[in-house]
Design a protein around this ligand. Structure first.
Ligand SMILES: C[S@@+](CC[C@H](N)C(=O)[O-])C[C@H]1O[C@@H](n2cnc3c(N)ncnc32)[C@H](O)[C@@H]1O
Length: 280
């Protein structure tokens, strides 16, 4: 790849020539997005200036990013942020890139929230779930937990960027360091993949510790469900993001730990079961 690339930069190129050259490597719209990062311009600039001659340094930076994209880095990782629930969240190599299907947790939490409710998010990563709820409903109290101090650093930065002061961040292995408190709504998108599912090419550059959970993908939720009862208010709502094929085993785990609860399952926009909804 390197020598092929070197041949390509012998001469200066226009935006159009550069994109034409690389269209066998990546879809055109992705190449255009990469170029917006290199040039620090909006996409309209790329569309409106096809004949703009690019300096060699820009061509080299473009090639470097195309190479990273080809080795599995997502566009969001190259960009350093991802839009989620209409908000741009900073991400880095320590945080999972927020997925559109997780917006369902935010929607349902927002439908059920009330003033002064206490909300807990376990495995907050970039903070995309809890900060989206907090931004849209400021008059509640929020606690976000993650085992990773690097992820929490990004989540705190996202909270500052959004000027949100109503969220407390705690570094903790599940609830181990969370002071005993009664929460009204608990949301969690904890790791839920099996080691076999981790072989999917599109997730190779995501942090494994954010995705894999024991042999069956349920180690985290099993442990969490065991810890949860003493953290629940009398009336509570728990939303757990799951893999579609975990419906039956998670229902069994929930019935073992919270026998009086009502369990239902919600589908994402693709029609796949995505969230276990547990009510008092
Ligand atoms: C699937 S990611 C979800 C991130 C974010 N909530 C989202 O929806 O994009 C799971 C997160 O759980 C965190 N995590 C993994 N094991 C944990 C544990 N034992 N206790 C707390 N957080 C954990 C990971 O660091 C990661 O940030």
């Amino acid at each position: 790849m390197a020598s092929r690339q070197e041949n390509r930069i012998n001469s200066k190129k226009t935006i159009k020539q550069l994109i034409d050259k690389y269209q066998s490597d990546l879809p055109r719209d992705e190449l255009e997005q990469v170029l917006t990062l290199v040039l620090h311009k909006k996409i309209e600039y790329i569309y409106k200036n096809p004949d703009k001659l690019l300096p060699r340094t820009s061509i080299l930076s473009f090639q470097k990013l195309v190479k990273k994209r080809l080795t599995g880095w997502s566009l969001a990782s190259l960009r350093g942020f991802k839009e989620f629930y209409g908000i741009d969240f900073l991400v880095n190599r320590c945080t999972l890139v927020p997925r559109p299907e997780s917006e369902l947790l935010v929607e349902v939490a927002l439908k059920n929230i009330k003033k002064d409710f206490k909300i807990l998010d376990i495995g907050t990563g970039s903070g995309c779930l809890i900060l989206s709820v907090a931004k849209n409903f400021p008059s509640a109290k929020y606690t976000a937990v993650d085992i990773s101090s690097s992820a929490l650093k990004i989540a705190r930065t996202n909270a500052r960027k959004l000027k949100l002061k109503n969220t407390k961040f705690i570094q903790s292995n599940l609830l181990a360091k969370v002071p005993e408190n009664k929460f009204d709504i608990i949301i969690a998108n904890l790791p839920y993949l099996t080691p076999k599912q981790m072989s999917e090419p599109s997730i190779q550059k995501e942090p494994k510790s954010a995705l894999v959970s024991g042999k069956d993908g349920l180690k985290h939720y099993q442990e969490l469900l065991g810890q949860l009862p003493k953290y629940l208010n009398k009336k509570y709502l728990i939303l757990l993001e799951i893999d579609p094929n975990q419906k039956d085993p998670i229902e069994k785990l929930i019935k073992n730990t919270l026998p009086a609860s009502k369990v239902s399952f919600l589908k994402d926009l693709a029609g796949n079961i995505r969230v276990a909804k547990i009510n008092s």
